[in-house]
Design a protein around this ligand. Structure first.
Ligand code: SF4
Length: 223
């Protein structure tokens, strides 16, 4: 019988250590942070986020008052296409002011599908991004999967991931939904451990399987 997901997560935690989110978990702040770096990574977004906070501020009114050129100047710290990312910040801040009276969290009301739909209207937020906001923002304990490495759990359970990203994401999401309690703590822990493992060892190309703490129970490794 294969190892339970709880057992796999325990092994990953023993190996990598407990994980914490390295991004703001408030829904509005996450939307801003997400556009602070490109290509998006925790490190690039953190650099742009720090510069934005120092040079402009992150509140909707501060972003709208600053204007595109000043925003782009701050966002350069996060990498490429700062002008485009500045426009996205203006779009986010405008929508939060106009449609949510400046308070996104309190405006995210209604059924879960409606809240998800509202989040997906923001630029660059598709299903995985909406799931991440819902889970880490404490809105709903949905089975979110790290968007940059949905293959990790699929490899462990089934073997090589599918070519279709959406199918791989769904397969990983079903496994988390079936095998973790629908609770914020359990699902944020699963997300963070799978994300870190995907970044450190179970990379999309050339995974470092020999070093992996779960290789004995990994279908990909034992195929
Ligand atoms: S054994 Fe290799 S494929 Fe399996 S989880 Fe570890 S790194 Fe990923």
């Amino acid at each position: 019988m294969s190892e339970s997901l709880a057992g796999i997560l325990d092994r990953l935690e023993q190996f990598h250590g407990p994980q914490q989110p390295h991004w703001p978990t408030e829904p509005y702040e996450f939307l801003i942070w997400w556009h602070c770096g490109y290509p998006a990574s925790d490190a690039a977004c953190a650099r742009g986020w720090d510069a934005l906070g120092r040079m402009v501020g992150i509140e909707p009114a501060q972003i709208l008052d600053a204007g595109a050129a000043k925003l782009a100047g701050a966002l350069k710290a996060g990498g490429m296409v700062p002008e485009l990312r500045a426009q996205r910040l203006i779009e986010i801040a405008s929508r939060v002011q106009r449609e949510f009276a400046g308070d996104l969290r309190n405006g995210l009301t209604g059924t879960l599908p409606n809240v998800r739909k509202a989040l997906q209207k923001f630029p660059s937020i598709a299903g995985p991004g909406a799931d991440r906001i819902l889970l880490f923002g404490g809105i709903a304990p949905v089975p979110a999967v790290p968007s940059n490495c949905p293959h990790v759990l699929v490899r462990i359970r089934r073997g090589p991931e599918r070519e279709n990203y959406g199918a791989t994401y769904q397969e990983a999401q079903k496994a988390i939904e079936a095998e973790t309690p629908a609770a914020f703590g359990a699902r944020t822990r699963a997300y963070l451990l799978l994300k870190f493992h995907g970044q450190e060892l179970c990379k999309r190309t050339n995974p470092k399987c020999e070093l992996c703490p779960v290789k004995e129970c990994c279908a990909y490794f034992n195929k």
